[in-house]
Design a binder for this molecule. Structure first.
Ligand code: SAM
Length: 207
């Protein structure tokens, strides 16, 4: 089946993307809702999660993505593969991740990944960047004690900007990492690796 065609970027501040999401009901989307949860923010076509959900049955995997056709396609692929520990959700994470996660049971979220988010290079577009203070607060509020946020990008200034936002949060401690700690690489990571470009990575752990 051909890949779903989508715009490369969408403006998260456009009226269409200012919708109010329904809170995600974990018990309705996973076969075993009590498993620890990994959340991938900005998961694109979900290839990272499709593979992770296949190799790690001890966790549930939730991907949030602003390009809705990719969410539909991801859920179709998960169903076809019989992965009942994987779900994708249409969500504008820079505006309303808090609403989407409002019904998440406490201490379930053990890991969050933010991998190669769109840099929105121009200064006038900086407000469109996905990782902002609100997103960091939402992630930290839901993260279980000892839970980890893995952040990586090949764009140095964006890495610096994101790391500062996570460092500012006193509930987190920073962990240096050289390697991706997961057994699966995202599409973007593979592309960056092929070009031999550096990748800037950190883990932030909830105290
Ligand atoms: C450069 S791609 C990287 C995708 C994937 N994480 C990877 O590493 O291959 C960035 C992804 O973040 C999504 N994205 C950007 N802004 C978003 C937002 N506000 N909420 C949710 N997803 C967003 C984009 O649509 C795109 O799929």
């Amino acid at each position: 089946m051909p890949r779903v065609r989508v715009h490369q970027h969408v403006n998260p501040l456009a009226p269409y993307f200012r919708f109010t999401p329904k809170p995600i009901e974990i018990s309705e989307i996973f076969a075993d809702p009590e498993l620890p949860l990994l959340l991938d923010i900005g998961c694109a076509r979900g290839r990272f999660l499709l593979k992770m959900a296949e190799v790690d049955k001890t966790r549930n995997f939730l991907g949030v993505e602003i390009r809705e056709p990719l969410v539909t396609e991801g859920n179709r692929l998960a169903k076809e593969a019989g992965l009942n520990n994987l779900h994708f959700e249409f969500c504008n994470a820079m505006l309303n991740l808090d609403l989407a996660l409002a019904k998440l049971p406490a201490d379930l979220l053990s890991a969050v990944t933010i991998q190669f988010p769109d840099p929105w290079f121009k200064k006038k577009h900086a407000k469109r960047r996905m990782v902002n203070r609100e997103l960091v607060e939402t992630v930290v509020a839901h993260l279980a004690p000892g839970g980890r946020v893995f952040v990586q990008t090949d764009i140095e200034f964006l890495a610096a900007e994101m790391f500062v936002l996570f460092r500012e949060n006193e509930s987190l401690q920073e962990v240096e990492v050289n390697e991706n700690p997961f057994p699966v690489k995202t599409e973007r990571e593979k592309a960056v690796e092929e070009k031999n470009l550096p990748v800037y990575r950190r883990i932030f752990e909830k105290k």
